[in-house]
Ligand binder design. Structure first.
Ligand code: NI
Length: 187
């Protein structure tokens, strides 16, 4: 077990498309995932994608805690999930805005539009299939983590950059998100 260095926004590994995993049961992969989990927990993250620890492969790990979920059907708590070669499909066309942070963009938070409902599938470390349909915060976490595999960070998904703020300032000065969204972005 080891804590891994987390790549920060600007490092090219975070802009590249990550490679498919050919053998999900490979011992090196199990070791990488153990280290990713330890690194995520140490940093207080909800999820982490392999490129964030300089490993350019299509693997994400995440968990969904009860305090962040909404009352939408499908927005469920989720124990630690290791998802290899994930594919996400939107379910319906509804979108929702919500706050996100990222271990690769330390100290900041932003309001990001995401699909409200998605279906995701992939395999776990034993090669067993994972296939879930989820909503709300659970869907948001998966979309955020899987974006990392395509070289996308959440600020690139934002539509109103007045809602990109330092976490400390947000705690001091709460933002009326609906009001700022209604005003629109500024050139
Ligand atoms: Ni992230």
């Amino acid at each position: 077990m080891a804590l891994l260095k987390i790549a920060r926004m600007g490092h090219p590994v975070l802009r590249a498309r990550a490679a498919e995993i050919e053998d999900p049961k490979a011992p090196w992969l199990r070791q990488l995932v153990e280290d990713m989990v330890e690194t995520m927990e140490d940093a207080g993250g909800t999820g982490i994608a392999a490129p964030q620890v300089h490993a350019p492969y299509r693997i994400v790990v995440f968990q969904v805690h009860g305090e962040r979920i909404t009352d939408l059907p499908g927005d469920s708590e989720q124990e630690l999930t290791v998802l290899i070669n994930p594919i996400i499909e939107p379910v319906g066309s509804e979108r929702a805005y919500g706050w996100e942070g990222c271990l690769s963009v330390p100290g900041l938070r932003g309001v990001v539009p995401r699909h409200l409902r998605v279906r995701y599938h992939g395999v776990d470390l034993d090669g067993n299939p994972i296939d879930r349909e989820v909503a709300g915060f659970h869907a948001r976490v998966v979309q955020h983590e899987c974006d990392h595999l395509d070289g996308i960070l959440y600020p690139q998904r934002m539509t109103n950059h007045r809602l990109l703020v330092f976490t400390e300032e947000l705690q001091r000065y709460p933002i009326d998100v609906a009001a700022v969204l209604a005003e629109g972005d500024r050139e």
